[in-house]
Write a protein that binds this ligand. Structure first.
Ligand code: TIU
Length: 222
């Protein structure tokens, strides 16, 4: 396939589908459904639901185009050996990471709550990277996986905009990846943070990358 270009902020984003991956960050029940980590931190998890439908459509388009797809899940080993006390205790939540919640142990790998929501379930063959931090590169195989696949550009969906999406995009930017964030496929518990986080990515000539609605990418791949 040839190189594609889509309208974006701060200027058009150009990508080769052969070297571009869709990265879907932490679309987990623990963040998006009641009874999980997001709710124990005091958040209204329904605010993230609007990301599901456009992300599902984007997954469909990337699958149809035969492009690389990587899903991430924030989570910790069952023995919590990769969970710093600072993270476990932060915010004094009602349920801490590792505690038993209504959907299994909070943010523990393999538990129902830690898995991806049904609507965005990965297909067999799609990579799923479990990550103990907010960024996808820290203490994971994510970077090696992208390198092996020859990926140089990332199209990013997921939650939350100013936390795991931002951390991952910043980490990716420092590692030389071109990042396009899909504005309707990322979401936050704080609408104002979401808006400003997207502005921060595209400001200063795209200091961390580009921002566009998913419709521009879907049109380009159609
Ligand atoms: N709390 C919050 O906004 N986010 C996280 O803890 N993790 C992710 O963003 N995935």
């Amino acid at each position: 396939m040839t190189v594609l270009s889509v309208d974006a902020r701060p200027y058009p984003f150009t990508f080769d589908p052969a070297t571009t991956a869709l990265v879907v960050i932490d679309m987990q029940r623990d963040f998006m459904e009641p009874g999980g980590f997001g709710e124990t931190l005091g958040n209204d998890v329904s605010l993230l639901r609007s990301t599901i439908e456009p992300t599902a459509a984007t997954l469909t388009a990337f699958r149809a185009a035969g492009m690389t797809i990587v899903h991430t899940r924030e989570g910790h080993r069952p023995d919590l050996s990769d969970l710093p006390d600072a993270k476990r205790n932060r915010g004094n939540p009602t349920l801490r990471i590792g505690d038993e919640g209504p959907r299994g142990r909070i943010l523990v790998v393999g538990e129902e709550g830690q898995d991806i929501v049904d609507e965005l379930r990965p297909l067999p063959g799609e990579a799923v990277v479990d990550k103990p931090g907010k960024g996808a590169f820290y203490a994971t195989e994510f970077g090696d996986l992208l390198q092996r696949a020859g990926i140089t550009s990332l199209v990013v969906a997921g939650v939350t905009t100013e936390v795991c999406v931002h951390t991952t995009v910043r980490e990716a930017n420092d590692r030389g990846y071109e990042c396009l964030v899909l504005s309707d496929c990322v979401g936050s518990y704080f609408p104002e943070f979401h808006r400003i986080a997207l502005e921060m990515i595209a400001a200063q000539g795209g200091i961390f990358g580009w921002v566009t609605p998913s419709s521009t990418v879907l049109d380009a791949l159609a």
